[in-house]
Design a protein. Structure first.
Length: 336
C-alpha cells in the first residue's frame, strides 16, 4: 500500500473505532434502560470503561503502590495503559487512529475546509497562550491523584458508589446536556468546523499526557533534505501545525502520527516514517501495529482476568435506583 493510500486505511480504522464506540454507547444505554423501565436486559459492554480515564488513573496509582489491580472498572485501567503503550511505541497515534472524538472533529474541519476552501489558524500569540491549558489540566489530575491523594484515599474513591456507577453518570451527562456543558460542547464543535482540532490542541489533558509520552517513541517522521523540494505540502497538511518542511526529525509532542505529511509529499523519498537508526516503517505497517498494540492490550486484560467489573447486576440496580431517587424522588417513589 502506497503512502498516498495510507490515509484511506487510517480513515477506515478511525471510523471503525467510532462506529464501535457508538455500538458501546447504545448497548450501555440499553443496559441502563433495563433498570429504569423494565426493558429487556442487555449485558453491560466492558469496553465502555475506555471513557473513564480518571478511574483508570486512580486504578494505576493503586496498582503502582500495592501491586493489586482494582476490580472496580478494571477495563478502564487496561485501556488507559493501552493508550499510553501505543504512544510510547508509535507516537501519539491513538489520537489520529483510534480516538472517536478526534475522528469526529477531523470530519468537521475537513468539512469546513471543503466548504470554505481553507481552515483558519489561531493567532500565534493566542495559540502560545492557549496550548499550555491542556498541560495545566493534566498537571491538576497528576498532582491531585498521583501525589496528593493517599493510596487509602484513592482506594476509597474506587470503592465508593460514585465511582461504581461513574459510567452511568457519564451517560446521564450526555443524555441530559444543558447549560454550561451544552454551551461548551456546541462551541467546540462549531470551532472545529473552522479550526483544526481545537479541543485536542488546547484542552485535552489525555492528549497532553500521550504527547509527552510520545516523545520517547523510537518512531518519528524524518525529512531527507537532499530530496526535499521545499514545496511546503507537508507543513500545510499537518493538522497540528508543525513546520515539517524545516524539520530533520519531527519530535514534537503535538505530532499525532496521522502520516498526512508523508502522504502529501510529492517526493516519496523526501519524507519517511523511520525507527531511530534509519529503518523505514511503511504506513500500513504502522497502522497495523497501532491496532495490534491497542486491541492486543485489551485481549491481555481479558486473558488475565482484569476486564469485567466486580459491580454486580444487583448493585447496578440498587445504585441506579438511588441515583434516580436523588434526582426525582417523587417520580421514583410513584414508579416503585
Amino acid at each position: 500500500m502506497s503512502d498516498k493510500k495510507v490515509q484511506r486505511f487510517r480513515l477506515a480504522v478511525q471510523w471503525g473505532f467510532l462506529l464501535f464506540s457508538v455500538y458501546l454507547g447504545v448497548t450501555f444505554y440499553q443496559f441502563v434502560l433495563h433498570f429504569r423501565s423494565n426493558a429487556p436486559f442487555v449485558e453491560r459492554p466492558d469496553g465502555v470503561e475506555a471513557f473513564l480515564p480518571i478511574s483508570g488513573l486512580m486504578s494505576l496509582k493503586v496498582w503502582l503502590v500495592t501491586g493489586q489491580i482494582s476490580d472496580i472498572h478494571p477495563a478502564a485501567l487496561v485501556m488507559f495503559l493501552a493508550a499510553i503503550l501505543v504512544s510510547l511505541l508509535l507516537k501519539r497515534s491513538f489520537c489520529s487512529w483510534i480516538c472517536p472524538i478526534s475522528t469526529f472533529t477531523e470530519m468537521l474541519w475537513k468539512s469546513g475546509q471543503a466548504v470554505l476552501t481553507r481552515n483558519y489558524r489561531v493567532w500565534h500569540w493566542l495559540d502560545w497562550l492557549l496550548r499550555p491549558i491542556k498541560y495545566l489540566l493534566l498537571s491538576l489530575f497528576i498532582i491531585s491523584i498521583l501525589i496528593v491523594m493517599s493510596p487509602a484515599a484513592v482506594n476509597s474513591f474506587l470503592m465508593d458508589d460514585f465511582n461504581k456507577i461513574a459510567d452511568v453518570k457519564m451517560l446521564d451527562f450526555f443524555l441530559n446536556l444543558g447549560g454550561l456543558g451544552l454551551f461548551v460542547i456546541t462551541s467546540l464543535l462549531l470551532l472545529s468546523f473552522f479550526y483544526r482540532n481545537p479541543f485536542c490542541r488546547f484542552l485535552c489533558p489525555y492528549g497532553a499526557l500521550l504527547g509527552l509520552v510520545s516523545r520517547l517513541s523510537p518512531v518519528k517522521v524524518e525529512r531527507n533534505a537532499g530530496a526535499c523540494i521545499s514545496c511546503g505540502g507537508c507543513t500545510k497538511a499537518c493538522p497540528s501545525h508543525i513546520d515539517v518542511m524545516h524539520k530533520e526529525r519531527v519530535c514534537s509532542e503535538e505530532c499525532i502520527g496521522c502520516l498526512r505529511c508523508v502522504s502529501s509529499c510529492p517526493k516519496p523519498e523526501a519524507l519517511k516514517l523511520k525507527v531511530r537508526g534509519g529503518k523505514v516503517v511503511p504506513g500500513v505497517v504502522f497502522g497495523v501495529l497501532v491496532l495490534v498494540v491497542f486491541v492486543g492490550s485489551s485481549l491481555v486484560g481479558r486473558a488475565t482476568g482484569h476486564w469485567h467489573t466486580s459491580v454486580s447486576r444487583g448493585e447496578y440496580q440498587e445504585l441506579i435506583y438511588k441515583l434516580d431517587k436523588a434526582k426525582t424522588p417523587e417520580k421514583i417513589e410513584t414508579f416503585h
